[in-house]
Design a binder for this molecule. Structure first.
Ligand SMILES: Nc1ncnc2c1ncn2[C@@H]1O[C@H](COP(=O)(O)OP(=O)(O)OP(=O)(O)O)[C@@H](O)[C@H]1O
Length: 685
């Protein structure tokens, strides 16, 4: 006799590979909101992709599905998975339907798209440009300067801190005083001045027709406060699905609630144990409180079977997270047995750590494991410095994710400033950067030029009417010509690049490698239909490494992955090394102020450990060499094993000392100190 389960499986064979809980999540109707609590490696991404595919196969209109992911990479991957699953069910028809899944992207990119569409209705100019964090901080700095706040007697908070305070207040929907009291107590005395600064910053943004990251969510959330607009936007989508819900903030939660107030058609997927973005105002309460936001409350489906890691790896990771404070309890289990426990590798110092990793990576490669199946993870981007040197020395190719992004490099920013200014001549920060690339044009001259064209309705014509600044030669005419006569996309980028290259040679020594980056930028640009789309997407979600976005030449080659833990989110490798599992690194000594911060560091270690499928090695160097930050110059500091692996947990690991000291290697111990200085003096006697 057939059970209803097997009937369902027959009815939808493309769901047959899912386990029962996953299938329940994939098939759950749209009448009630759904919360999928998915443990690490339990197939969250897989399940969400099946749910979307199932909706499409059952007849949902893909143009009316809104699918929000944490990164652009995740969204591309999700769409590809949906396509593959739909193909199983629908054959060739699947491509057209998967292509129609156009509302898939990050919260910020969807926000940008909706704002541009609704711009006229909400009093925005549709040509707005988007400032990244650095541009936003620069603009805040200019405003701070104009208000005379940089000249105060007691030092006013720096531009980065001001932006962090502003951003935190906006994203957490909290009053300034509360944000200062909770997260920036040392700035509490500046509340009034900060309010003035933020008000002026908002005015400057509006005058220049720019939005910052936070505005994309803030304006969107404000649109949802207008009942007619909220009804229109919400009515556009039959299904709204959000991945990585644990890393959303209050604003994002209000947007979702505005889109689907009764929760019908709403799906949130996440894992509270992997919430690692509180420093960007992510609110773990969003996921904890989600079910009760609706009547009747959201259905909760919990995925507890882990398909990724072996049992000993999972046991160690479970041990770390079991000591966390508040969470949805899950008992992650796996059928993947293994005799190999994760290793806790004790090395003397960072140089040994680098040697250990390089040696083990090569050993694994000898046994047939590709470099790409191995990853080295670390808490802070600079932790991989010594390892990068060692890998380069041994000719082991690697790609690093996290840390300094491709788009942060000065030359790439220069070209982007060119394109942004071309898109929006009121964007002073971009104009300021661009004009100063010209020989002989400094901040004062640049400011003057921008002032003179600011009020003009045809700013580039006004620019053409100005006399060429001294020393700019033919560069001025070339610039004005390109700005006045756009040639289409992506040739606009090619022209900007050609214009910029002589300046690159003049401004930077290593112009050859920088030119390669610009060539990569051109490759990336070709994937976008317009300048506006290119600028928006790249600003919102910059690629972590050139290879992440550009494809060739690296994609076909084999290389080791180096990544910050934050950038490793959602990924998996056969073999994982975690560097510097010591107090001061995890938890970072910058984040040990509050209990909440420490808890977040614990989750970070958990995320790192749960990336491993078969082999996991946590490395603990016993001493570190710090460079010149102290009055006594360079020195060694001693480190202790991370507090997240207390002694009671050691049973979950194999503790290994490396390099192993062999008896025949130890020479006679030095009994009495040698006076080398006396010896040196003796040489000349
Ligand atoms: N039903 C299943 N049968 C077999 N393998 C599965 C199943 N579901 C998921 N997997 C495998 O489990 C692994 C983890 O899946 P996925 O990446 O979707 O997990 P995740 O929950 O998003 O992980 P995390 O939250 O830790 O990033 C993948 O290798 C996937 O192929």
């Amino acid at each position: 006799m057939q059970t209803s389960d097997s009937l369902a499986r027959e009815g939808a064979p493309y769901l047959a590979k899912l386990n029962d809980a996953q299938r329940r999540a994939a098939e759950f109707g749209a009448e009630r909101p759904l919360l999928v609590i998915a443990g690490a490696g339990s197939g969250k991404t897989n399940t969400l992709a099946h749910r979307v595919a199932h909706l499409i196969v059952k007849g949902a209109d893909p143009r009316r599905i809104l699918l929000m992911t944490f990164s652009r990479r995740a969204s591309t991957e999700m769409r590809e998975r949906v396509r593959r699953i739909c193909k199983e069910a629908l054959g060739r028809r699947a491509d057209v339907l998967a292509d129609a899944l156009t509302w898939a992207g990050t919260f910020h990119s969807i926000g940008a798209r909706l704002l541009r569409e609704q711009a006229v209705t909400i009093g925005l100019d549709p040509d707005f440009t988007i400032h990244d964090r650095e541009d936003s901080a620069d603009l805040l700095n200019l405003v701070r300067h104009d208000l005379g706040l940089s000249k105060t007697e007691k030092r006013f908070p720096g531009k980065g801190t001001c932006l962090a305070i502003y951003s935190r207040a906006v994203n957490s929907e909290a009053p300034l005083d509360q944000v200062l009291g909770k997260a920036f107590p040392w700035c509490a005395g500046w509340a009034d001045a900060l309010k003035k600064l933020f008000a002026a910053y908002v005015e400057a943004k509006q005058a220049q027709n720019v939005l910052d990251y936070d505005d994309l969510l803030l304006y969107w959330a404000q649109m949802m406060q207008e009942s007619a607009l909220a009804a229109e936007l919400g009515g556009r989508f039959d299904h709204v699905l959000v991945d990585e819900y644990q890393d959303t903030n209050r604003l994002q939660a209000s947007i979702l609630l505005g889109l689907k107030p009764d929760g019908r058609g709403l799906t949130a997927v996440g894992d509270d144990a992997q919430s690692i973005y509180a420093f960007r105002a992510a609110e773990v309460r969003n996921i904890l409180d989600f079910p009760a936001k609706f009547t009747p409350p959201a259905e909760i489906v919990t995925l507890e079977r882990n398909y990724r890691s072996t049992q000993p790896i999972l046991e160690a990771a479970n041990g770390v997270i079991a000591r966390a404070q508040e969470r949805f309890t899950k008992n992650l289990w796996t059928e993947r047995t293994s005799a190999e426990r994760p290793a806790l590798v004790v090395v003397r110092e960072e140089a040994d750590q680098a040697n250990f990793v390089a040696e083990k990576v090569l050993e694994a490669r000898e046994t047939g494991m590709r470099l790409k199946d191995q990853a080295v993870l670390f808490r802070a981007a600079h932790h991989s410095g010594p390892l990068e040197v060692e890998l380069t020395r041994r000719n082991i190719p690697f790609v690093k994710f996290g840390g300094l992004k491709f788009l942060d490099s000065a030359h790439v920013k220069d070209v982007l400033a060119f394109l942004r200014f071309a898109q929006n001549p009121r964007d002073r920060i971009s104009g300021f950067r661009l004009l100063q690339l010209l020989p002989g044009v400094g901040p004062a001259a640049a400011r003057k030029i921008l002032d003179r064209i600011a009020a003009d309705s045809a700013p580039f014509d006004a620019l053409a009417a100005l006399p060429a600044p001294a020393k700019t030669g033919a560069h001025w005419g070339g610039l004005v010509e390109i700005l006045r006569a756009p040639s289409g996309w992506p040739s606009d980028l090619a022209r900007a690049k050609t214009w910029y290259e002589p300046h690159l040679d003049r401004l930077h020594e290593d112009s050859v490698t920088r030119k390669i980056d610009l060539a990569q930028l051109e490759v990336i640009a070709a994937n976008y239909p317009s300048r506006e789309k290119f600028l928006t997407e790249l600003t919102l979600d910059p690629p972590d490494a050139t290879s992440a976005e550009a494809g060739p030449p690296l994609r076909d080659e084999d290389y080791l992955i180096l990544s910050t833990i934050h950038s490793a989110k959602g990924q998996e490798w056969k073999s994982v090394f975690v560097l510097n599992v010591v107090d001061g690194c995890i938890p970072s000594d910058l984040a040990t102020g509050t209990r909440a911060e420490i808890e977040e560091e614990r989750r970070l270690l958990y995320v790192a450990m749960t990336r491993a499928k078969d082999h996991l090695r946590l490395i603990t160097p016993q001493r570190f060499f710090t460079h010149g930050q102290h009055s006594r110059g360079d020195r060694h500091v001693y480190a202790a094993r991370s507090r997240f692996i207390p002694t009671e947990m050691l049973g979950s690991f194999d503790t290994i000392g490396w390099p192993a000291v062999r008896a025949d290697e130890t020479g006679p111990a030095l009994q009495t100190p040698v006076d080398l200085r006396a010896r040196m003096r003796g040489m000349w006697k």
